[in-house]
Write a protein that binds this ligand. Sequence first.
Ligand code: NI
Length: 278
Amino acid sequence: MTDLKPREKGQHSWPVHAFNTQSNDLASFRIAFNRQAERLGIYEIVLGNNDAGNISLYQSANQDADVPHILIAAGFHGEEAAGCWGMLEFLCRCSPDLFDNVAVSFLPLVNLSGLSRGQRLNQWGENPNRGFTADSSEMPSREGEILLRHAELLKNATGQGVLCCHEDILRDQAYVYSFERNTGPGPFSTGLCEVLSHYFPLSEHEKIDGCDCEQGLIFNHFDLSFESWLFTLGADVAACSETPGLQPFAQRIEANCSVMCTFISAILERNRTKAGIS
Ligand code: NI
């Protein structure tokens, strides 16, 4: 447990050269994110707010279309900022044509107080990625309560899959938690490990937070997290990617952006395969 201390107590920020700022500068992040959202015709839904500001979901305008619905989330833990900046990078490179084929919801910033401090937990010392299941032994955080109030909206946004972009700031190797309705990992899970392996070594064979990680993958580990909850609510697949915080920030942004692209490709491929079979 001693090695949790730097993760829980430390303050972490990194330079974001492309925007000439630091990773905990949420004001600059929001301005840049909103500019891209406007370009892509993505609209903002304010889910709730607390002392630290608004927690918003951004949705492509085609939510009523008969296409796969997916959610990409980041910023649950305040010292894991490359997921958020990777999502911004993804939007910067995104063409509006993407939304011909898939309805995407984005949840870029959840733990606002933690992110602005570069600190894992929120300002009240709560973990925003816990307490999502009804029989949970851990109470939801203030952010979690806001998300839980929108369970129906989030469930509808997540029918074909959810990706949550996290980081493990104590490591120099990457790994993925994935969820599939199979006894073993399919191309969805292995594809996410594969893309991360282009950027970082993978955690090959070890215990991570009590879970068995094999070749960068922790498979169908149900816990009290947001992604585990949405999978239980009915998402076809779910994943939580973990980029290594000991590696350069710019590389982690790139990796997160690529993970998002790979995630969407995998969802579209699954959909094509399903359509071919039926
Ligand atoms: Ni995390």
